[in-house]
Design a protein around this ligand. Structure first.
Ligand code: PEP
Length: 245
């Protein structure tokens, strides 16, 4: 078992060309801290320009369409994103599950489309506050993971991000015990589907991770990195998270 930490920024719908200097600075941080694999999932409009200034970081997308091409106005295929310079993509972020009504089956199909285009994939899962308060979080999120998992899921192209919906952008995080229990449950769920390769698959934590809490979160046994929103928008905020990995 050798899981190199994976630390990925998700810029969501933030960033114009004026922010490319931050990409360059974060690429420099990736060079300074080679122990971790560092990436930025950018708005698609920035991927091509960022590719030339990414230093030791990788550039990723935040979503892709499940089809190779066709009449899908406004959508981007995985091959388009790969051609622009992406080497990874997120699929199944809770904001897309909520805002675009994406289902577990859609997400599995998107992950497969991404793999077919040569992209690696971060597949997001996570519970609502109601589910957490009801005490069902581990069962619900494990079931969501199994339902979203693509055929042929394997650690050399897929990582999982556990992101409690109520922790995203709120400044709240679960207790360390709850994060540890969830990551262990997700690894057990993975093992039931993919066998021993579950030990190699990276399971990231996401949801208000920042320079103040990253070291404690990343020290947990089954936490193999982070998916970071707000704290990845500038090199100054992202630096302590990368350093903690
Ligand atoms: C995210 O969008 O994936 C995320 C974790 O956001 P934040 O770090 O801002 O909570």
């Amino acid at each position: 078992m050798s899981r190199r930490k994976l630390v990925v920024g998700n810029w969501k719908m933030n960033g114009l060309r004026a922010q490319l200097g931050e990409v360059e600075a974060i690429g420099g941080l990736a060079r300074d801290y080679p122990a971790a694999e560092v990436g930025l999932c950018l708005p698609a409009t920035l991927i091509s320009a960022a590719d030339g200034m990414k230093g030791a970081a990788f550039i990723g997308a935040q979503d892709c369409h499940m089809k190779e091409s066709g009449a899908h106005t406004g959508c981007l295929s995985a091959a388009m994103l790969a051609e622009a310079g992406a080497s990874w993509t997120i699929v199944g972020h809770s904001e897309r599950r909520q805002d675009q009504g994406e289902t577990d089956a859609d997400i599995a199909a998107k992950a497969l489309a991404a793999k077919a285009a040569g992209l690696k994939v971060i597949l997001c899962v996570g519970e609502s506050l109601d589910v957490r308060d009801a005490g069902d979080a581990e069962a619900v999120v494990s079931a969501q993971l199994i339902a979203s998992l693509p055929e042929g899921a394997a650690s050399d192209w897929l990582a999982i991000a556990y992101e409690p919906i109520w922790a995203i952008g709120t400044g709240r995080i679960p207790t360390m015990e709850a994060v540890a229990a969830m990551h262990a449950a997700l690894r057990a769920a993975l093992a039931s589907r993919i066998g021993p390769d579950a030990d190699e698959m990276r399971i990231l934590y996401g949801g208000s991770m920042n320079g103040d809490n990253a070291a404690e979160l990343l020290a947990l046994a089954d936490v193999d990195g982070g998916l970071i929103g707000g704290a990845s928008l500038t090199a100054a905020k992202f630096a302590p998270v990368i350093a903690a990995a």
